[in-house]
Design a binder for this molecule. Structure first.
Ligand code: GDP
Length: 462
């Protein structure tokens, strides 16, 4: 319900320098006025908007009496000039766990309702302060682990996807209006677009939607991450490669075979790309039941992978186990990069591997040789170098991609029908279908279920 006033702690729970509580809704100022008394002696409602006001924070005792618990700062934002688009007060107190809870309890006692997860952002969306993709980007900012993810999320938050969708939507709207005029007044020259112009505009929409849909390859690689499995026989240096990429000693490295028995997993940046990295048990024949389970899990991870880093020991000749792996990987439908490791130990040639794999990297997990080559290779395989995450609209999740694809398909159908000479009114349905898919993408008309699903991933206070 939008008519009530919500409150939550927006900073993480725990001890900190300051904590920030947010109150949003029509009664925000009057509710906070019961909890906060400006030192100036003026009323909070008289304070200039968006200006810090110093004052005393009060909370109810068991006796029911309201007593001072802290000094703090309140800032008032009036609708529509606030994050949520509603009257909002941000209240800062010292960052003690009990103190923060006490202030929140005071706000609830004064008439606010506890905010649900993501409810501030949901209100901002419902009040038209930001589009749905921008709201998703805001969620990604909080989750970002790499600089590239941050850049992409920041661009998304500024409404880049909404802007692109809006432009295509407006073109389709013009086409539709023209077609309707032609249908309603077939004998008159009222429509502002000829059939040829309509085809040209639809083709332009098709090409823009194709470019937009194609950005997901890069957006997925940066924002969601590529499922990447490191595999190979025991002792070739899989765990050492894993540690090199994640930048710390996460996996145990020893000269003893079979140390990695389970699948280890972690997210790590490799250049622009995010890897959802899996280190797996060495693939070989073994009677050890624990290792056998590890190998089964390694095989399962390989089946779900989007990229395989197959590690070989370049300081020794390929073994039968290496050869079996190579045979299996030559049929792989997903990209495989052969990492010919331990280059610091040998000057040996890599011809054997380069004859069998389209992508090979001469590598040393000890010296770091080959890391730059691996980075540029993976970036080349999974991102479009021409896309600029600071400037371009980039789709970052499967929901956005599915909507872009269905808009694209609809426009394509329309263009094909017109090219085949069908009557112009047939393309109305296609233009409308494309507009509805675009509305889902940017959130201008989207089902309640999708909105609920998206905001449920946010934390309380956001
Ligand atoms: P895994 O069983 O495939 O995970 O291999 P590990 O990463 O545990 O490494 C096995 C052994 O090879 C360890 O003794 C590592 O120190 C050594 N090793 C791994 N990579 C390199 C490398 O690039 N150069 C050298 N010289 N030794 C390496």
């Amino acid at each position: 319900m939008l008519g009530d006033t919500i409150a939550a702690v927006s900073t993480p729970r725990g001890k900190g320098g300051v904590a920030l509580l947010r109150v949003s809704g029509p009664d925000a100022v009057s509710i906070v006025s019961r909890v906060f008394r400006p030192k100036s002696g003026k009323k909070l409602a008289e304070a200039a908007p968006r200006t810090a006001v110093y004052g005393e924070i009060l909370a109810p005792e068991v006796s029911g009496e309201w007593l001072s618990v802290d000094d703090g700062i309140a800032t008032v934002f009036y609708a529509p000039s606030s994050f949520t688009g509603e009257d909002t007060v941000e209240l800062c107190c010292h960052g003690g766990v009990l103190l923060t809870e006490t202030v929140l309890t005071a706000l609830l006692a004064a008439g606010a309702r506890p905010a649900e997860a993501g409810e501030f952002t949901r209100r901002a969306f419902l009040n038209g302060k930001l589009g749905l993709s921008a709201a998703e980007a805001l969620g990604s900012i909080l989750e970002a682990r790499t600089r590239e993810q941050l850049t992409l999320a920041h661009t998304g938050m500024r409404g880049k996807i909404e802007q692109t969708c809006g432009e295509i939507y407006d073109s389709l709207c013009r086409v539709l209006a023209s077609i309707y005029v032609k249908i309603d007044y077939p004998d008159e020259e009222l429509a502002d677009m000829s059939r040829e112009e309509i085809v040209a505009v639809l083709e332009e929409c098709e090409s823009r939607l194709l470019s937009l849909a194609n950005t997901y390859r890069t957006g997925h690689a940066i924002a969601e991450g590529i499922a990447t499995v490191i595999c190979g026989r025991p002792n070739v240096g899989k765990s050492s490669l894993y540690n090199r990429i994640v930048g710390r000693d996460a996996a145990i490295v020893t000269a003893v075979e079979g140390t990695t028995r389970d699948v280890l997993t972690e997210r790590a940046a490799l250049g622009r790309v995010t890897l959802r990295l899996f280190d797996t048990a060495g693939l070989h024949e073994t009677d050890d039941p624990v290792e056998q389970i590890g190998i089964e899990r390694a095989n399962a991870a390989m089946r779900d992978a989007e990229l395989i880093l197959a590690v070989f020991d370049g300081s020794t000749a390929p073994t039968d186990e290496d050869k079996r792996l190579i045979e299996r990987l030559t049929e792989s439908a997903i990209p495989v990069v052969a990492i010919v490791n331990k280059s610091d130990l040998t000057e040996a040639s890599n011809d054997y591997y380069s004859a069998r794999f389209p992508h090979i990297v001469t590598f040393s997990a000890v010296s770091g040789e080959g890391m730059d080559t691996l980075v540029s290779l993976v970036e080349r395989l999974f991102t479009d170098g021409k896309l600029d995450s600071r400037r371009d609209a980039v789709l970052t999740n499967a929901r956005q991609h599915a909507s872009a694809l269905s808009a694209l398909e609809a426009v394509r159908r329309g263009v094909e029908a017109l090219r085949a000479g069908y009557p112009i009114d047939l393309s109305c349905t296609d233009a409308e279908a494309a507009m509805s898919a675009l509305s889902e993408l940017d959130g201008r008309a989207v089902s309640e279920d999708i909105v609920t699903e998206i905001f449920s991933h946010f934390c309380v206070g956001k």
